[in-house]
Design a protein around this ligand. Sequence first.
Ligand code: BG6
Length: 482
Amino acid sequence: AFMMQQFPEGFLWGGATAANQLEGAYQEGGKGLSIADALPGGPERFKIVDQPDFDWSIDEDKYTYPNHKGIDFYHHYQEDIALFAEIGFKCYRFSIAWSRIFPNGDETQPNEDGLQFYDRVIDECLKYNIEPVITISHYEMPLNLVTTYGGGKNRALIGFYERYARVVLTRFASRVKYWMTFNEINSALHFPVMGQGLVASNGGNEMQNRYQAWHNQFVAGAKAVAIGHQLRSDLQIGCMLLYATTYAYDANPVNQLAALKENQAMNHFCGDVQVRGQYPLYTESLMNHYGFSFKDLEVTDEDLAVLAANPVDYIGFSYYMSTAVNVTDKSLATANGNLVGGVTNPFLKSSDWGWQIDPTGLRIALNELANRYNKPVFVVENGLGAVDQPDANHFVQDDYRINYLREHIEAIRGAIADGVQVMGYTPWGCIDLVSASTGQMSKRYGFIYVDLDDEGHGSMKRYRKASFEWYKRVIGSNGEKM
Ligand code: BG6
């Protein structure tokens, strides 16, 4: 008889957020400015910061800065975590704002106020038996590290990150078992501003700088792995990749090879280093493609030893979309909304923001990653950014979101049946928050509606959407009632 594949006991159902996109209170508790605080709101934000003469100063007359206010989680965290508990979250993935702990990034002593805020958040989670899952750095590098040090390409950042990671790991490791080093580390291939603090004005257009920044991040992350394991032998610290399953458009071997190369460059390069502890065979060929050589990077023997000794424990990744590669037919439309580019796949539909929706691609991603690395995988982001239309009682009937999530959870179930060890599932923006790529509130992902618009108007009150009850049932039945 047919048996539905069960989700394993202890599967980490939950939700995910990032400090810069929900906390607000950007200058409270001794916090310094982060990159995200200097990013203007609106879909043009990446283009604006990439102007050759962009100078990072905050100009309230010219731009809005939605991250300053976020959804004010800083003051609402008790209410919000209570709502997560009501859904039945087993875990909550959030990030620590680096600039709350080291306001300028280069201090020698941490800011105690900032640490105490995360003490409170963690304790609030534990009160409900919600396992915290912490991203150490999620698109929120202290701005001073960009303006004074030139961003991630500067080797000084290895030491600054190490100091920061040591402080937060030491403080929280006894209460927090699951960690990740850098959010979507590979996203810098397409947008280096968020993860690496690199823009046109500080050399972000040169690929060599991005690879140097990656190298620095690999070493810094490996040091965090070492610190974490010293503090607690069962501590689990993963990498975090932006995974966009990449297909060849057709069976033309030329397109197949191009897709393979695109997979190496985008989906696999960072993970290969972080999981295997060494640079992959195709490193030199990839760097030559971008016009430089591995020898041009600043890499020490000690760096390579640190990488080799400290691979990550699991592969965390975000999954929103897939993409297709075609180099033989230039007339095909490009998948404009897709953050990772590629051509439009005729078999898929897109979200309102042009991201191609592909649940089967998630099952493929899980199989690819788990079999490539032989380590557990954790879907730490997934979801549908959509415009919600609340009724007079602020209720949102978000069936489109429920359908999206259901299909992706079914894909995870399929991957588990394929033999993949999946640790958990934390849909993105479990409570509405500021979008990373567009700085909009109107691009919503949550189970919880937050009354706030793109201009910053609204009561900030929280309301349960239809997906709230649905996800509660899913978790309550460990994936049986979908
Ligand atoms: C990922 C990021 O890229 O996707 C998140 O880790 C981000 O920070 C999420 O918010 C969704 O993207 P967006 O641009 O719709 O907010």
